[in-house]
Design a protein around this ligand. Structure first.
Ligand code: NAX
Length: 325
């Protein structure tokens, strides 16, 4: 058996945390033979609830869980951490717009970026789930000077999985037979779920579906899915978000075997996206490193969507300029 890896999860007593921790502990995220040490962070008002979560984790007697640390100190939670899920932040409440959310949550990621820089392992991989996740990842990254920018990412895998779910529902083909979806941009309703290179049971998605649907109802359904779930459930996506966070880290840790997935990563200037913006691209992953897919055919519709997301993310970057280290 390999040595245990240290996995930190913030907001561990929250809804996503409750679904995510059982995936990590059971081996579905990092592999069935990879032991883990769980390092769980909450704010002081969440510590009692976290104690209950830890009781339940112990009661599950997972063979892969070597230890569980519960703390309200980021430097303890991130100590020597190899994999970090930054989930904890304030979800959007009634009357809050995106700018309010950026203002409420940005400062959390200044402190956590610094604590990661001080305490985490050199090989740390970070995924930000807490919204606005692209810009929160930018803030954390900018405040961690010793750690390479590439080690910070944000989660657009839920949008990617939502897109596959819609293609599967419409075609009746299992999700496992759908490939080549790419989500571009921000985890927000401007994101673009691009099916131009997708295949459904080996058949081109652009042949299988009407373009009007792919650019119309399909895109709208994926982009507004979070709101639809809040309306239906009375609570925001939790199990599907945890599942997507697990998929994101599993693929980064174990690789995608040539398969394309979507991750928000620091731009290297590809596709005209300004360097350093945390932007969702199609990527492949091998040997623990992701690579932005080059030469993806980008039509005029995609160019316009990419430009719209660049504009939105540059606006968010300007709004948090004083938090960027
Ligand atoms: P919950 O309110 O259930 O849980 C959040 C937890 O974070 C709480 O227990 C809270 O005490 C804790 N917390 C707050 N500030 C913290 C801090 N500074 N350090 C550590 N813990 C802290 O929210 P939940 O449903 O779990 O959602 C968490 C975040 O995920 C929200 O920001 C939400 O908007 C975001 N989401 C992101 C998604 C994505 O695709 N990227 C989709 C799902 C979700 O909306």
């Amino acid at each position: 058996m390999p040595a245990p890896i240290r996995v930190a999860v913030t907001g561990a007593a929250g809804n996503i945390g409750y679904a995510l921790l059982w995936r990590i502990a059971s081996g579905s995220t990092f592999g069935a033979d990879q032991p883990v040490i769980l390092q769980l962070l909450e704010i002081p008002p969440g510590m009692e609830k976290l104690a209950g979560v830890v009781m339940e984790l112990r009661d599950s007697a997972f063979p892969l869980v070597h230890d569980i640390i519960a703390t309200d100190d980021p430097n303890v939670a991130f100590k020597d951490a190899n994999q970090i899920f930054l989930v904890g932040s304030r979800p959007r409440s009634a009357g809050m717009d995106r700018a309010d959310l950026v203002a409420a949550n940005g400062p959390i990621f200044v402190g956590q970026g610094k604590a990661i820089d001080n305490s985490a392992a050199d090989d740390v991989r970070v995924v930000v789930v807490g919204n606005p996740c692209n810009t929160n990842a930018l803030i954390a990254c900018a405040n961690a000077h010793k750690i390479a920018d590439e080690q910070f990412t944000a989660m657009t895998r839920l949008d990617h999985n939502r897109a596959i779910g819609q293609l599967s529902k419409k075609s009746g083909v299992a999700a496992s037979k759908i490939d080549g979806v790419a989500v571009w941009g921000n985890h927000a309703d401007t994101m673009y779920a691009d099916c131009t290179q997708a295949t459904v049971d080996g058949k081109s998605a652009t042949d299988a579906f009407e373009q009007d649907w792919l650019r119309g109802d399909f895109l709208k359904t994926v982009a507004t899915r979070g709101k639809a779930i809040i309306n239906a459930r009375g609570a925001s996506s939790a199990a599907s978000a945890a599942s997507a966070a697990s998929d994101h880290m599993r693929d980064w840790f174990l690789g995608t075997n040539g398969r394309v997935v979507s991750m928000a990563v620091p731009s290297n200037g590809a596709y005209g996206v300004p360097k350093g913006l945390i932007f969702s691209f199609p990527v492949t992953i091998a040997d623990g490193k992701y690579t932005i897919v080059e030469d993806w055919p980008v039509d005029d519709f995609a160019k316009q969507k990419i430009a719209q997301n660049v504009e939105a993310l540059e606006g968010e970057r300007t709004a948090v300029a004083e938090l960027l280290g």
